[in-house]
Design a protein around this ligand. Structure first.
Ligand code: PMP
Length: 355
């Protein structure tokens, strides 16, 4: 039976990424050594990180003046690195979920944090739109895709101060106007690579403005200067990221990827919206095209455990919703084929016919 991986992260990766990474583990580039055992300073690995950075810039059409970094510590490390490097006195945060709240909490260690708006009162089921960003904030932080609640900011918003975005769970799902952002970061373990590496796209002229001393390892300038090799970088996930970026380019780039993603999401949301049993949890205008959250309607709540079992037995892996909202979450990242979404829709329809 075919198993479809709907897990929220670590999550599905392109088959070519998995196969080519497996091959590189056995015999990297035919050199008779494994990628696991070669020096990160070897010319072979330098070529990998150079290609990963170059494809990153090409696919996102990153303008001059920005650096792309691959760092350890996951997206969570960026929750503190961002304020460490960018906040002198004050920063603004939009609170759209658990991850945004965690980012906000860290920022408070460095200065005044203005929560411009929050959707916490309705279990983060929408993106607040009515807010003002203080003009004297050092930056404005948003989370473009709220992995747990299935909401997404799919438009590059205007900000009066440098815009910082956590794009952990929707990076490379659509074209992005990078010039509107001061810094973009995320963990790689959704749309890019296995866990272990975080990506950072940073506008260089924002750095060096804070007066506090920054530990060397937490200073973006260190990693820019050393080409992400101040210390030993996560070699294997960077290799896999390069493979995923090659796959994306081969597919036609981000406009092509977005088109497919929109089709996949529409297929699943249409099935939810026309269902007798299921209902979506996120407000329609803010629905994510990466994480689709749904529950059983109130009168059918007792069927949730049964559907989970039914779907799991039919190869739908990882659809249990996050414990904070329950129900179901189908993560349909870039690498999820339309046939996988169709299989889930068929499964939902079959359950509905028989219940
Ligand atoms: N931000 C978002 C939006 C996430 O979904 C996650 C992980 N699910 C994180 C941050 C934390 O990432 P990491 O585990 O790499 O620290």
């Amino acid at each position: 039976m075919k198993i479809y991986n709907f897990s929220a992260g670590p999550s599905i990766l392109p088959q070519s990424t998995i196969e080519n990474t497996a091959e590189a583990v056995k015999n990297f580039n035919g050199i008779g050594l494994s990628i696991l055992e070669i020096s990160h300073r070897s010319k072979e690995f330098q070529a990998v990180i150079d290609e990963a950075v170059s494809l990153f810039k090409e696919l996102l059409e990153i303008p001059q003046g920005y650096s792309v970094l691959f760092l350890g510590g996951g997206a969570s490390m960026q929750f503190c690195m961002v304020p460490y490097n960018l906040m002198e006195k004050k920063a603004a945060y939009l609170n759209t979920g658990t991850w945004a709240s965690k980012a906000l909490k860290e920022a408070k260690l460095f200065g005044e944090v203005v929560e411009v708006a929050s959707s916490k009162e309705s279990l983060f089921n929408y993106i607040p739109k009515d807010y003002t960003v203080p003009a004297d904030a050092d930056y404005f932080h948003i989370t473009t895709n709220n992995t747990i609640y299935g909401t997404e900011i799919r438009k590059d918003i205007d900000s009066p101060v440098p815009l910082v975005a956590d794009m952990s769970s929707d990076i490379f799902s659509r074209p992005v106007d990078v010039s509107k952002y001061g810094l973009i970061y995320g963990g790689a373990q959704k749309n890019l690579a296995p866990a272990g590496v975080a990506f950072v796209v940073v506008k260089e002229d924002l750095l060096g403005k804070v007066t506090r001393p920054i530990p060397t390892m937490l200073d973006y300038r260190t990693h820019i200067k050393e080409g992400s090799m101040f210390n030993t970088p996560p070699v294997l996930p960077i290799y896999s990221a390069m493979e995923t970026l090659r796959w994306l380019k081969g597919l036609g780039g981000l406009a092509a990827m977005e088109k497919i993603n929109i089709e996949k999401a529409a297929l699943l949301y249409d099935a939810i919206d026309s269902s007798r049993l299921f209902v979506g949890t996120a407000k329609e205008e803010d629905r994510s095209i990466m994480n689709v959250c749904f529950v059983m309607k109130e009168e059918y709540k007792e069927l949730e455990a049964e559907f989970l079992k039914f779907a799991t037995e039919r190869g739908m892996s990882g659809i249990k919703g996050h414990r904070s909202i329950g129900g179901f979450r189908a993560s349909i990242y870039n690498a999820m084929p339309k046939s996988g979404v169709q299989a889930l829709v068929d499964c939902m329809k079959e359950f509905e016919r028989t219940h």
